[in-house]
Design a protein around this ligand. Structure first.
Ligand SMILES: [Zn+2]
Length: 174
């Protein structure tokens, strides 16, 4: 078994879980096809670890950890910035869609995701789904690092600001 050598690993998810197998790889961002449109550029790579685990009640499961830095475009100033991704997701494997407990039942665990077991599961799909879920909907710099917010501060000492002060009344909503 040499998981590292497999370019695009496909696992038998139940088997992988029961045998407590582990897959670890460092995957360049370029290899994720769906991720591209969310990235400012495809520089960098992500550290992926997928492990076969046993759930709280002995059910077969998978644990996925994804870590790394990617470049997103700030929605406020349109400049790119580095976003640190650090995601851990737990999955419980079920044999079919019907075996997923309904959200209001006692067996339902909202800390895990239910995943239908497959004999040929592409690891990349699972990883990419998880990354897409983890990305912010409207990525933005932290306020202090954002070009758009520093621009606002630079405008303050402009001569026009001083002129405004001479206007009498009615300009409070400017
Ligand atoms: Zn910004």
């Amino acid at each position: 078994m040499n998981a590292q050598a497999i370019h695009m690993p496909v696992i038998n998810s139940l088997d992988f879980s029961r045998k407590a197998q582990e897959f670890h790889d460092i995957i360049p961002l370029l290899r994720f096809s769906r991720l591209g449109e969310y990235l400012a550029d495809a520089n960098g790579s992500l550290d992926i670890t997928l492990s076969g685990v046993v759930g709280k009640s002995g059910e077969p499961g998978l644990r996925l950890a994804v870590q790394g830095a990617l470049n997103l475009t700030c929605q406020r100033c349109l400049d790119s910035f580095e976003y640190l991704l650090d995601v851990t997701a737990d999955f419980v494997l079920v044999t079919s869609e019907d075996a997923i407990p309904s959200p209001d039942s006692d067996e339902y665990d909202d800390e895990v995701d239910y995943l239908v077991a497959e004999t040929q599961m592409p690891v990349m799909d699972l990883v990419e789904d998880e990354i897409l879920l983890a990305l912010p909907l409207a990525p933005k710099h932290a306020e202090k690092d954002c070009l758009a917010s520093s621009k606002v501060e630079l405008e303050k000492p402009s001569p026009f600001a001083a002129l405004k002060d001479f206007k009498v009344g009615g300009s409070q909503n400017d």
